[in-house]
Write a protein that binds this ligand. Structure first.
Ligand code: S3P
Length: 521
C-alpha cells in the first residue's frame, strides 16, 4: 500500500517498530542457530508456532474462528457396532487427564515463563482450551505426542480475541474461562456446541456477579456467555450450593484478579487439581476444612507438568475387566488423586479384584498402576460421600451394576442430570433397551443386575448416546456380557475425552467397529 503512509507510520511509531524489529531479529537469530547446530526440535518448535500463527492470522482475516472448523469436522455422525462377548486382557495406558490438561494450558498461559507439559490429552475438549488461548495471543507449540510448550504471557498479558471463543462440548473450559475472563480488560463471548448450550451457567455467573463481574447469559442462565471486561473484582466468601470443582475453580481464577481474599466452601470434597497446580506454579492457596481461599494480586511462575492417565477414561476398562470372566488387565500411570478415586472405592465395595501398585507422585499428583481381574460383583448401596468423587464414572458404574448380583442403589446424584447429557435419563433409556431392570429417581437410580438370560446378563439393541461420550463408551463395554450386538448412535464426541478409544478397546479384546452414519439414518 501507500509508501508515504508507511513512512509516516514508522516515523510516528519509531520505538514500537524498533522493538518489533528487535524481536523479529532475535527470532531469526534463534532459527539461524537451530539450523547451524542441526537442532531439529528447535526448528520443529519454530515451524509449529509459525503454522499456528499463520492459521491465526487467516482466521482474523477471514473473520472465521475455530468454531467454523470444528463444526465442519462434526458434520458426519459416528456409530459404534459392538459384537457381544470378547476379552479384556493386557497392559494399556489411557490418554491424559482431561481436568488436568485444561488447567495446564490455562495456568501455563497465565504464568510468567515457559511451561512444558507432557501427557497432555489431545482430545477435543482440551484442544478447544488450547485454541482459545491461541486466539488470545498466547504462543503454544504442539501438541506432539502429548507434549505441549506454552509461552506464558503473565496474568495480564492476554489479548482480546477477534471473535467468540468456541469451546465445543467442554463445560470445564466454559466455566473456568468465565472466571479468568471476568478479570480481563477486554470483552469476550464464550460459545459451545448444542449440548453445552443447554447446560447451566448461572452457577458460575451468579457468584462472579457478586464479585463485581458483568456477565450476560441467555434465558435460564445458559450459554453463550458475554463477559464484559474492565470490571474491578473484589473477593467474596462463597458457600457453593452444589459440590462442583468447576465452580470452585472458576471463582479461584477470578480471585487471582480480585482485590482481597476469595473463599469457597464446598458442601463435599471436589477435585482439587486447580489448587494443586496453582501451588505448583508458586501461588499460595490455603485450605481449612471444607474451605479454600487465595488472595488476588500475585503471580504465577511456569512449572513443568506431567499429566497422569485419566482415571475417568480408565474407568471404562476397569468396569470392562470387572464384568468379563477371564479378564486380567493392567492400566498404567493412572491419576489417583484422593478427590477422584470414588470409582476404585465403589468397585472394591462391589467385590472387584482391583489392586494398586507402583504408587508414586508426579508433578504434585499421585499416580499408580491399576491391576484388575474378573471377580463376581454384588449390588451395593453406593455411599453418598463417594458420589462427588466418582461423578463422571457413573455411566460406566451403572454397567457394572447391571452385571452385579442384586440391586445397586444410587442417591444424591442429581448433578448427573446436567452433564454432557442428562446422564440418569440417558443411561436409564439405554438400560431399558438392553433389558436391564431399573427404577429411575430424580437424584439416582436402582439397578437390578445379573439377569442371566441364556448365560448372558442382558440383550443387545440400539442405543442413543445423545452425543455424550461417556454414555457411548459405557454401552460399548456393556456388550462384553450382552447376548446380542449393541449399536450405539452419535459417538463422535468420544473424541472429546478419549481419542483412540476404539483402538485401545480392540487391543484388549473387545470386538467393535465404527462407521459413518448419515444424520437420521
Ligand atoms: C470437572 C469437574 C466436574 C466433572 C467434569 C470436570 C473439572 O464437574 O464432572 O467432567 O475439571 O473441574 P463439576 O465440578 O461441575 O461437578
Amino acid at each position: 500500500s501507500d509508501p508515504v503512509m508507511w513512512r509516516d507510520i514508522f516515523v510516528a511509531n519509531r520505538q514500537a517498530v524498533l522493538a518489533s524489529l528487535d524481536d523479529f531479529e532475535a527470532g531469526l537469530a534463534r532459527l539461524r542457530q537451530a539450523i547451524e547446530s542441526s537442532d531439529g526440535d528447535a526448528m520443529l518448535a519454530t515451524f509449529d508456532r509459525a503454522r499456528h500463527a499463520r492459521h491465526y492470522f487467516e482466521s482474523l482475516l477471514n473473520k472465521t474462528s475455530y468454531q467454523a472448523e470444528y463444526q465442519m469436522q462434526h458434520q458426519g455422525k459416528l456409530r459404534y457396532r459392538v459384537s457381544p462377548g470378547g476379552a479384556v486382557t493386557g497392559r494399556i495406558r489411557v490418554p491424559g487427564d482431561k481436568s488436568i490438561s485444561h488447567r495446564s494450558i490455562m495456568l501455563g498461559a497465565l504464568a510468567e515463563g515457559v511451561t512444558e507439559v507432557k501427557g497432555f490429552l489431545e482430545g477435543e475438549d482440551s484442544l478447544a482450551t488450547l485454541q482459545a488461548f491461541r486466539e488470545m495471543g498466547v504462543a503454544i507449540e504442539g501438541p506432539h505426542q502429548g507434549r505441549v510448550t506454552v509461552h506464558g504471557v503473565g496474568l495480564h498479558g492476554l489479548k482480546a480475541p477477534s471473535g467468540p471463543l468456541y469451546v465445543g462440548n467442554a463445560g470445564t473450559a466454559m466455566r473456568l474461562f468465565a472466571g479468568l475472563l471476568a478479570g480481563q480488560g477486554f470483552d469476550t463471548e464464550l460459545t459451545g456446541d448444542a449440548s453445552l448450550t443447554k447446560r447451566p451457567m448461572g452457577r458460575v455467573a451468579d457468584p462472579l456477579r457478586q464479585m463485581g463481574a458483568e456477565i450476560d447469559t441467555v434465558e435460564g442462565g445458559r450459554p453463550p456467555l458475554r463477559i464484559h471486561g474492565g470490571k474491578a473484582l473484589k473477593g467474596i466468601t462463597y458457600d457453593m450450593p452444589m459440590a462442583s470443582a468447576q465452580v470452585k475453580s472458576c471463582l479461584l481464577f477470578a480471585g487471582l484478579y480480585a482485590e482481597g481474599e476469595t473463599r469457597v466452601r464446598e458442601p463435599a470434597p471436589t477435585r482439587d487439581h486447580t489448587e494443586r497446580m496453582l501451588q505448583g506454579f508458586g501461588y499460595e492457596v490455603h485450605r481449612e476444612g471444607d474451605t479454600c481461599w487465595l488472595s488476588g494480586g500475585g503471580k504465577l511462575t511456569a512449572a513443568p507438568i506431567d499429566v497422569p492417565a485419566d482415571i475417568s477414561s480408565a474407568t471404562f476398562f476397569l468396569v470392562a475387566a470387572a464384568i468379563t470372566p477371564g479378564a486380567d488387565l493392567v492400566l498404567e500411570h493412572v491419576g489417583i488423586n484422593p478427590t477422584r478415586i470414588g470409582v476404585i472405592n465403589i468397585l472394591q465395595l462391589m467385590g472387584a479384584d482391583l489392586t494398586l501398585s507402583n504408587q508414586r507422585e508426579v508433578g504434585g499428583e499421585p499416580v499408580a498402576d491399576l491391576h484388575i481381574r474378573h471377580a463376581p460383583l454384588k449390588g451395593i448401596d453406593i455411599p453418598v460421600e463417594q458420589v462427588p468423587l466418582a461423578i463422571d464414572e457413573f455411566p460406566a458404574l451403572f454397567i457394572a451394576a447391571a452385571n452385579a448380583e442384586g440391586v445397586t442403589r444410587l442417591r444424591g446424584a442429581e448433578e448427573l442430570r446436567v452433564k454432557e447429557s442428562d446422564r440418569l435419563q440417558a443411561m436409564a433409556n439405554g438400560l431399558a433397551v438392553i433389558g436391564v431392570e431399573h427404577t429411575l429417581l430424580e437424584d439416582g437410580i436402582d439397578i437390578l443386575g445379573g439377569g442371566r438370560v441364556d448365560g448372558h446378563n442382558y440383550g443387545g439393541g440400539r442405543i442413543d448416546s445423545l452425543g455424550d461420550h461417556r454414555i457411548a463408551m459405557s454401552f460399548a463395554i456393556a456388550a462384553l456380557r450382552a447376548g446380542d450386538e449393541i449399536i450405539i448412535d452419535d459417538c463422535a464426541n468420544v473424541a472429546t475425552s478419549f481419542p483412540g478409544f476404539i483402538e485401545l478397546a480392540r487391543k484388549v479384546g473387545l470386538v467393535l467397529e465404527e462407521e459413518a452414519a448419515e444424520e437420521g439414518v
